[in-house]
Write a protein that binds this ligand. Sequence first.
Ligand SMILES: [Zn+2]
Ligand SMILES: [Zn+2]
Length: 263
Amino acid sequence: MSRVYPLFSGSKGNCYYVTAGGKGILIDAGRTAKQIEKALSDNSIDVKNIEGIFVTHEHIDHIKGVRVLASRYGINVYATQGTLEQMDAQGHLTPEKFNSYIINKGAEVAGIKVTSFATSHDCAESVGYVAEMPDGRKFAVATDTGCVTPEMEKALAGCDVVAIESNHDVNMLLNGVYPYMLKRRILSDSGHLSNEVCSQLLPGLVRKGSTRFLLAHLSEENNMPHIALESARCTLSQCGMKENDDYTLEVAHTVTDGSCIIF
Ligand SMILES: [Zn+2]
Ligand SMILES: [Zn+2]
């Protein structure tokens, strides 16, 4: 039996702990090491069980705790070459860089086979990840992408649990206080996924076998959990899909509330 703990989600930091029991991995470590250590301990997870940190891209809300966790506990760091180069340039890798690895075709850590797929974001070489557990079940993280790339759609097909970005409500963003340039950045193809675009992706994923969705990386200024949920439910129900029969839907909390997804 596998578990995913969404420890942090959103622009203040992102971090998931994935385990098949015993050892496990982090996908992103975007809060301070201290905050991540506390979140792990609040969930009764021993930080020493982490055997790898998989980084999606170099934005601070995904890498803040990486260097300290990696050096304090000797944890290996995996990311694309472009992401590692940017992290290094910003001083986010340990000086020796002995424990950072370029993820090409994938890596197997803590019994979990991790593969990456390209996302479309304003950074060097961003990716999402699919974690395949020893029993073949799959958990995917697809956030920080301005559009759904073909590679992303293919990678998500058949994943049992999908954490997918539902960043903003377009109207809230347009009518909100963000400066024009920032609004344009978020709405662009290399920005963030809106509730609408996220919702449109879900029925196809259900048809291909995904049943559990975690709406993630919600904007605190331009979205609300009930709006993101309603958008997804509405599109799925228009396609004749029933919540809790055909799929389950939840929102990843900004900070863990102690819940995890068992799959
Ligand atoms: Zn980002
Ligand atoms: Zn982010």
